[in-house]
Design a protein around this ligand. Structure first.
Ligand code: RB5
Length: 146
């Protein structure tokens, strides 16, 4: 599985740690920046990771900012993106099982790096259940045309 990853200055260390961890685990990771810890506008990075997903070049994405919220607000503006900002293991598992989320958003100022790695693992390792959940995702997709 190919994974796109990106961050702003609120998540630089977390992004690099998650990237190294996923590469160590055998995943192919596309790093959309930032590449040095300078202040940037999180939408500029979020859109790069979203482009990797919507183009089909990557299957899933991970975005890290200070809270995870700005990244998720941006990513969810883009058609076909289902981004989940979360900080607990239950949500990381169920946003894959039930929401088929394709982007995980984490807060570098909210969770420690150890927790971030575990949440990333759950996100990439858990498969979507489908079934009754697809009807609900179809309803979300319809709203993208409003
Ligand atoms: C940057 O200071 C901060 O606002 C950003 O990383 C993020 O937390 C926004 O949601």
């Amino acid at each position: 599985m190919k994974i796109a990853i990106g961050c702003d200055h609120g998540g630089f260390e977390h992004k690099n740690a998650i990237k190294d961890h996923l590469i160590e685990r055998g995943f192919e990771v596309t790093d959309c920046g930032i590449y040095e810890n300078v202040s940037v506008d999180y939408p500029d990075i979020a859109v790069k990771v979203c482009d990797e997903i919507t183009s089909g070049r990557c299957e899933r994405g991970i975005l890290v900012c200070g809270t995870g919220i700005g990244m998720s607000l941006t990513a969810n503006k883009i058609k076909g993106i289902r981004a989940a900002a979360l900080s607990d293991h239950y949500s990381a598992k169920y946003t894959r099982l039930h929401n088929n989320s394709n982007i995980l958003c984490l807060g570098g100022r909210v969770v420690g790096i150890g927790t971030a790695l575990e949440l990333a693992d759950l996100f990439v390792d858990t498969e979507y259940e489908g079934g009754r959940h697809q009807r609900r995702l179809d309803k979300i997709a319809e709203l993208e045309n409003r």
